[in-house]
Design a protein around this ligand. Structure first.
Ligand code: AMP
Ligand code: ZN
Length: 140
């Protein structure tokens, strides 16, 4: 599997850096964003390293998209947000800070004003509880 030595998300996939995981399959991994833009902010990544949408191989892209829908449905069921923001950035100029393809799932509340990124680290215990609630709501 294509992996990049110094990439933080590849390190999470290898288990060299911890993450609060929601679910994984052969091609994708989903975990809680360490700096949530709001409660329930999760990231879906491809297990194979690719910097962005322009570079990712089609099977990985399709797998991430499928997982994004599955997790988004679970977030909707578990947290009942008013909306769901699905985001993906390509290149530093576009706001991408981790150059490994990923999709943000951010539950939104009516009237909530939030940027694409959170400003502070989430409480790990709270993130674990949210991850468990999302995981329990996953369907096949
Ligand atoms: P982007 O700007 O789209 O590249 O977003 C990268 C996201 O990854 C940001 O929302 C960060 O908070 C998040 N992030 C960075 N490092 C980690 C990590 N070790 N564990 C979880 N999320 C992370
Ligand atoms: Zn990577």
């Amino acid at each position: 599997m294509n992996s990049s030595e110094n990439c933080i998300f590849c390190k999470i996939i290898r288990g060299a850096v911890p993450a609060i995981k929601v679910c994984e399959d052969e091609y994708t991994l989903t975990f809680m964003d360490i700096n949530p833009a709001g409660p329930g902010h999760a990231l879906v990544i491809s297990k194979a390293h690719a910097a962005n949408l322009l570079e990712i191989a089609e099977p990985d892209l399709l797998a991430v998209t499928r997982t994004t829908q599955r997790v988004a449905r679970a977030v909707q069921k578990a947290l009942v947000p008013d909306g769901l923001r699905i985001g993906q950035f390509n290149g530093a100029a576009a706001g991408q800070t981790v150059l490994h393809y990923h999709v943000h799932i951010v539950p939104m509340r009516e009237g909530q004003r939030t940027g694409a990124h959170g400003r502070a680290p989430g409480d790990p215990e709270e993130l674990k509880v949210l991850a468990a609630r999302i995981r329990e709501a996953l369907e096949d």
